[in-house]
Write a protein that binds this ligand. Structure first.
Ligand SMILES: [Zn+2]
Length: 100
């Protein structure tokens, strides 16, 4: 065995590691992250998980609020339709219109 065979041609962009060292903790925005870390310390990890819970809670609250508003609109529309139906049903009976 003399000269080593050239390895497969891999484009340089594929070799580059996707995440390079200079990342900063997204919680405290101060400490650098090591390797696969997503938070610099247990405290930051706890804080981040607390934030996520709060975020989810906010999303749920917003969803419930939107549903309540929708339900209120439907109730309003239902009342309107009931009123219309009542007037329509009352009209052929010759009930006084002037009572309005
Ligand atoms: Zn941190």
């Amino acid at each position: 065995m003399s000269a080593p065979l050239p390895g497969p041609q891999v484009p340089a962009s594929a070799v580059r590691t996707p995440v390079v060292a200079s990342r900063t903790c997204s919680v405290c925005l101060k400490n650098p992250l090591q390797g696969e870390q997503t938070a610099c310390s247990p405290a930051c990890r706890r804080e981040r998980s607390r934030q996520r819970v709060a975020e989810r809670q906010q999303l749920r609250d917003a969803e419930v609020l939107a549903l309540l508003e929708h339900a209120e609109r439907l109730e309003g529309r239902a009342a309107e339709l009931r009123g219309q139906a009542r007037r329509r049903l009352a009209a052929p009976l010759g009930l006084p219109e002037a009572k309005r």
